[in-house]
Design a protein around this ligand. Sequence first.
Ligand code: SIN
Length: 484
Amino acid sequence: MTSQALSLVETAAFIDGLWIEGDDSFDVTNPADGTLIAQVADLGASETRVAIGAAHRALPAWSAKTAKERGAILRRWSDLMLAHADDLARLMTAEQGKPLAESKGEVAYGAAFIDWFADEAKRAYGHTIPTPMPGKRLASIKQPIGVCAAIAPWNFPIAMITRKVGPALAAGCTVVVKPAAETPLCALAIARLAVEAGVPAGVLNVVTGKDSSAIGKALCDDSRVRKLSFTGSTPVGKILYEQCAGTMKKLSLELGGNAPFIVFDDADLEAAVDGAIASKYRNTGQTCVCANRLIVQAGIHDAFVARLSEKVDVLKVGNGMTEGVQIGPLINAKAMRKVGDLVNEAVLAGAYVTVGGGDDPFDPQRFFSPTVLVNVTPDMRLFQEEIFGPVAPIVKFTTEEQAIELANATPFGLAAYFYSRDVGRCWRVAEAIEAGMVGINEGLISTEVAPFGGVKESGLGREGASEGLDEYLETKYLCFGGVG
Ligand code: SIN
């Protein structure tokens, strides 16, 4: 890391405007080579309750500011992130592993959520409601929901925090953030920039710790926390959902996916191949919206497989800090084992590897080769589970109905993609697919201005866009009597 990036490294947690060392610490290591980057404060349930208390005390003054005043502070924060984009990106690549170009992209993506919601809060409109009774006047207003908890994953160490904290702060809420134990440094670095931007003490708190279950439970159990937003796996999302029932919290859950990527015979072949690569291999296959199952029509199948394999074969694997690298390490040894097992099981059951297929020679302990598999069948585990690695399994189909049936044969419904040049088919398939987001002739769909979220077991609620602000607001109905 550069000396500037090092100057953004904070290892203490951030509560009530203070940097808290704690009694213990945990290691943050670089997934590309296993080296120790930092030792970060290891806090638990009791410190989490202290952070909730701070957020609770800070709430009246923060929510009393006008949306414009809050927006001005948020805009400064976003500008500071962009001003430090190179350093934040280096920090991100060091702790998360993604190629530097992708880290830079994520810093911009993360800052964009803050910038977007800095403006959007000014439009938190209520309604006046035509009265059904003489003498009464009806209206609704929007108010901040209160103290919010944001539990963030390791795959997008900045953007998944700002996508929650941006709308929360803009709406007038205060927040306790729990970053992933793998990637706390980006969270702490942006907290430091928040202080510089003028976010008051207690409004944003960052509780670091490796006991995610204890911290998560403390956030769920506390009645002062009125909303919890979580991005992560479906099993953990279900636990949090249950734990929040006791205090009836509002929830946003952005959970696992199993995105189908359908290529119809009438698709533009080159565009479909490029879209598949962009969607599948982004962040080394470690995104919830990565294409997980490539479902390709018989007439274009062989040409698609050949072109995709050719292009995947030349993807550059290596340490994300190295110029030109496109595929970084997987996050840890457990992820390496899971991806390896899924591929091996599929091959034993009859799938065929056209490129890649196992641990990468760059470093077989930490890197998995970008892989394409054909002869995959829907009963294989890698067709049913989120792979979270650089592996593209391809299933062949014949009719449009069959493609939709295959696409929907999953409990998940986050993102879906398809390529076709037939306008009628584009509408039919987009409507029939059970997913919260559909890319039509497009493999990259994420942006702060569109509603991000899933259906079925992929979660609840939407992040980004005007829907993202609503998640942090309550509607209050006002009935004025005796008006005459
Ligand atoms: C995710 O993987 O959870 C988020 C991906 C994105 O925002 O594009």
